[in-house]
Ligand binder design. Sequence first.
Ligand SMILES: NC(=O)c1ccc[n+]([C@@H]2O[C@H](COP(=O)([O-])OP(=O)(O)OC[C@H]3O[C@@H](n4cnc5c(N)ncnc54)[C@H](O)[C@@H]3O)[C@@H](O)[C@H]2O)c1
Length: 250
Amino acid sequence: MQRFTGKTAVVTGASSGIGAASSLRLASEGATVVLADIADAAGEAVVRKITAGGGRAAFVHCDVSSPEGWQRLHDRTRKLAGPADVVHNNAFTHISAAAHELTEGGWDKEIAVNLKALYLGARTFVDDLRSTRGCFVATSSVHANFGLPGHPAYAASKGGICALIRQLAVEYGPEIRFNSVLPGPILTDAWDEVSEEERLLSARATALGRLGAAGEVASAVAFLASADASYITGTDLVVDGGWSVKKESK
Ligand SMILES: NC(=O)c1ccc[n+]([C@@H]2O[C@H](COP(=O)([O-])OP(=O)(O)OC[C@H]3O[C@@H](n4cnc5c(N)ncnc54)[C@H](O)[C@@H]3O)[C@@H](O)[C@H]2O)c1
């Protein structure tokens, strides 16, 4: 499939995990991809992987919680590849602590990187996406819909993403489509600190009995970003192997 030939895509949190997989997938389908992250060396390595495979990509350092970062990303993208057709905002940060233990600074940082970034990204790219009749995909999480101990700001930011995506879809339709993906347990670097035992428990909590791969979220992102999803906007697409629907209590 070459659904993105001639298109320009911007992906944040692109140096690792789901963002790297999304960049590889969009590039493999013909997009010129601008990868944005704060992890420069890892991002450049993903770019080399794309270009070695014959794709087109570039890396731009961008802290998604910064308006200046987004503006630089926008300007570099226009210079390198023209106005964006697709923006996948996916970067995140996470602090594991119960609400009474989470500092105000920690709360503010999580909300800024995970949620404010969506507002900043939409604001910065809205004119480009209007001109290309493009689309925006945000990575939320199943935590938007479920309470899990130790994740107050993360859950609030991910729930906020879904609400804001609906708002933006209404605000900027019919020119721009806005959707989100809600991954469940996906084995990426974010799981580095998670024990084997906990991984097994998470895998068992899914209907499919396993952790997901980053590429399986990337396919959902590519679908939402493509013309195959031309009548889909303002929606949350759960990609969790059935984690959300599986309950074991009677
Ligand atoms: N892996 C999972 O199980 C899972 C589950 C649900 C949702 N998600 C969501 O998927 C997305 C990607 O997660 P992942 O698992 O691929 O994680 P990851 O740790 O592999 O990648 C996250 C990337 O974000 C970058 N980043 C962090 N702060 C940034 C900032 N301020 N500006 C720019 N980039 C920044 C990191 O450098 C890293 O490259 C996140 O939004 C996360 O909430 C992941």
